[in-house]
Write a new protein. Structure first.
Length: 549
């Protein structure tokens, strides 16, 4: 192009405005830290999305976690990530990142830039599109080791490691256990005054921010339940942990893996990963454990686990589904009782020595739901996705901090509007049909709660509000008045997969050969999208609780 006398740069770095120097790296022993800034991150995010016009206070959540960069060395990042704490905003931006071969020695030096900038912005606010908006940090979301670090408290493996209650742990068979069900709860005031001195290692700089360091540090169910409790249960069942008496027969394990492989062609596109073999559990990600717990597990395990253990697992399944659903407040006490039963029975089935930090904190999970709503409102899934993006931005192991600075700067120099999922899009239209002087536009797909509903087998099953009917959609069209209609058949016979424990969004069983005539419903009649999985000669219908983030 330059040979044709066109004025174009010789290098892509000119177009991307890649920085030539990186002057804002500071020493944070034993590594280095770079601060991108809260205000710059928020302003960049505002170019990507539109905030509600009546918004006066911008709620924020923060995530801090360690990120190993490679397996051959101890090189690691400790990113500080933020997200806007609103239902329809799941985007994440980076505030700062530390790099070293160990985690930062001092939480004060690590969080100093964050705390100073936040206090200034909290006082003065931020101008967005000519409007002054106040900032409010509402949630600090971390796993157990990161929580202990940023709050300057004892590790989750310590005697006073629970950050939700005052219980002193009991060391049993090489593990720190927390056997009490109803220990006295911590309060923000008791934490600030350090009334239980054994719990604290120092004073965290986060106290200056002025939020509750007990109530506003909710338990993250991605680490606690999915990577914690659910993974441990599977390890018991396949014989990688615990007594041989609770291990499933090898033939059962193979059958479970076979069933999961069959499910692959039925899993909707709302799941970022397709089911993998049980034998690959060491490589499973958090989303796969969530998928097993909330969706596939009850079907896969039926007839494989002994009845007592199966009922025990169902208690966890139903409790977490409740806490992930819109009924998390109204059925909160029911979920609490199910979890209490699960923990008590867990001691008898798997052993008292396994009532460790994760299992114990199941008992506190419902309290965080009462404060913040369903579990996905304060889970680390959105932040974990951004972590993988950070690693992808590194081309090699040399100068990782400078690399991430360059990539973030390039991204923020390119202001663009991300394509948001609207109710329908132009490329979703398949044909326009005229009948009796009326025009109908037939659609390929529509969006419901950030989930795609289409005509293909994976994505055409929905639960209706009216009498909880389950429908398979065969057509979608828009009327002249822009009303969206769905056409399809409903099932004549719908029964519960299990009778106890159960609730309105539990698994249902239907016979695909017994369906009604074609009916038409409004888009507003949809209650939930469902995933439909084969079960014996019928199908299990499971309402989808999570949204794509």
């Amino acid at each position: 192009m330059r040979s044709e006398s066109l004025s174009v740069p010789k290098d892509c770095r000119t177009l991307l405005k890649t920085p030539t120097v990186c002057n804002n790296i500071v020493n944070v022993p034993p590594g280095e830290y770079i601060h991108f800034g809260i205000e710059k991150g928020i302003l960049y995010m505002m170019h990507q999305s539109t905030l509600p016009q009546n918004l006066d206070v911008l709620p924020l959540m923060i995530n801090i976690d360690g990120l190993p960069l490679c397996k051959s060395s101890n090189s690691q990042f400790w990113p500080i990530l933020m997200s806007i704490d609103l239902t329809k905003y799941s985007e994440v931006f980076i505030v700062g990142v530390y790099h070293g071969t160990k985690k930062p020695e001092s939480v004060i030096s690590f969080l100093n830039a964050l705390v100073e900038e936040y206090l200034l912005l909290k006082k003065n606010g931020i101008i967005v599109n000519g409007k002054l908006i106040k900032l409010e940090l509402r949630k600090i979301i971390c796993d157990a080791p990161a929580t202990a670090f940023v709050l300057s408290i004892k590790s989750h493996t310590g005697y006073f490691g629970c950050n939700k209650c005052l219980q002193k742990g009991k060391y049993l068979r090489g593990k720190m256990t927390f056997p009490k069900l109803n220990a006295t709860l911590r309060s923000n005031e008791s934490f600030r005054l350090q009334l239980q001195q054994e719990h604290h290692k120092g004073i965290t700089p986060l106290e200056k921010i002025g939020i509750g360091l007990v109530s506003n540090v909710p338990l993250d169910y991605m680490h606690l339940v999915c990577l914690g409790v659910m993974k441990t249960l599977l390890m018991f069942w396949i014989g990688k942990k615990g007594r041989n008496s609770i291990k499933l027969h090898d033939n059962y394990i193979k059958e479970m893996s076979k069933t999961l492989r069959v499910f692959r062609k039925y899993i909707s596109q709302d799941f970022c990963r397709l089911p993998r073999r049980i034998e690959d559990i060491d490589n499973w990600k958090a989303t796969e454990f969530r998928q097993f717990l909330l969706y596939t597990g009850p079907i896969v395990l039926k007839g494989k686990l002994p009845k007592e253990q199966y009922k025990h697992f169902l208690c966890l399944h139903v409790a977490i589904r409740i806490l992930c659903s819109s009924e998390c407040i109204s059925l909160n006490m029911y979920a609490k009782r199910l979890i209490e039963y699960f923990v008590v029975k867990y001691k008898k089935i798997y052993g008292k020595e396994y009532i460790t930090y994760n299992m114990h904190n199941l008992l506190h999970l419902h309290n965080d739901v009462l404060l913040f709503g369903k579990l996905d409102n304060f889970s680390a899934f959105r932040f974990e996705s951004y972590m993988s993006k950070i690693k992808r931005n590194l081309k090699n192991s040399r100068y990782p901090l400078q690399q991430i600075y360059n990539r973030i700067t390039e991204e923020r120099n390119l202001i663009y509007n991300k394509k948001k999922l609207s109710l329908l899009q132009d490329d979703d239209k398949s044909l326009i049909y005229n009948e009796n002087g009326k025009t109908y536009t037939y659609l390929k797909k529509i969006i419901f709660n950030n989930q795609i509903i289409s005509l293909c087998q994976r994505n055409n099953c929905v639960l209706l509000k009216n009498s909880s009917c389950i429908m398979l959609i065969s057509d979608i069209y828009k009327t002249e008045n822009n009303n969206i209609k769905i056409v399809g058949r409903t099932f004549k016979s719908v029964s519960d997969f299990v009778h106890k424990p159960s609730f309105s969004l539990s698994i249902k069983v239907v016979d695909i050969h017994k369906m009604t005539n074609i009916s038409t419903f409004d888009y507003e009649d949809i209650k939930s999208k469902c995933v439909m999985l084969p079960f014996n000669d019928k199908f299990a219908i499971i309402p989808i609780l999570h949204n794509n983030e």
